[in-house]
Design a protein around this ligand. Sequence first.
Ligand code: UD1
Length: 302
Amino acid sequence: PTGRTILITGGAGFIGSHLADALVADNDVRVLDNLTSGERANVPDDATLIEGDLRDDATLERATDGVDLIFHKAALVSVQGSVEAPQTSHEINVDATLEVLEAAREEDARVVLASSAAIYGHPERVPIREGDAKTPSSPYGLDKLSIDHYARQYHDLYGLETVALRYFNAYGPGQTAGDYSGVISIFCEQALRDEPITVHGDGEQTRDFVFVDDIVQANLEAATTDRVGTAYNVGTGTSVTVRDLAETIADVTDSGSEIAHTEGRTGDIRHSEADITTARTALGYEPTVSLRDGLERTVAWL
Ligand code: UD1
């Protein structure tokens, strides 16, 4: 997109800030973020930061006034946190999204939302297709399924242009540890400190790790596609075992770390891999960053 007035909610966070970087040169970009997990320093200089909460009507109104495109990335992303506090997860991940969708109706703005592979729960088969069964195994997954459906409904009922992107395991520079951290940040930090790399269980579980630049690409395509009112898997279409991941990270970091098998994680999903045929065909999405390249770029940032 060029010459557009764009709002990125959660634009100081991991994915939102990379998206802001990609859009500022050619668009008028606003970022709405309450900075609980996002950081001011992530927001590009040429974007306008509105520091505040989505759930505050006046703030949301100011942030959405005159926009023609909204990337809704603000969320509570901790699966564990959602298990501990399902109502809070629902308020922030579902109720606040409805506020964003309503504001978008007001402005007749397109909305690109962050959905998640978590909506599939324990998949029946891999690679996972968009139409496969959805039995989320956490409140977080249920909340994402809910907004994924709302996005489609707002299109069907009100003609709003919406696209939901179902991210698989996102990683890259800017993904910080905090109290919520993906396996790649954990393993990289362990490897860089020459501490044991803690593989849960037998390490034969698989994941589809997608580098943040590819996620940004999918978002940019979603912003201009005419195939709206639907949802797309955003992964790479390939997966690796957690054990292979640990070995690759040890290699990339030139680490002397041992691989230590710890107890398997309760409820851990065994296999996850995206079928990205729909995104390829409808959006022209094509992931370009190999796991090794992505890991090198992530380690260089750490
Ligand atoms: C990820 C997402 C989650 C999303 C879900 C959708 C992250 C951080 N989480 O969960 O938001 O809902 O996909 O399917 O991206 N592991 C280890 N050792 C560790 C940490 C993790 O072996 O120290 C293993 C886990 O047991 C798991 C794999 O690595 O098998 C990935 O774990 P994690 O990064 O937490 O992501 P998911 O559980 O796939």
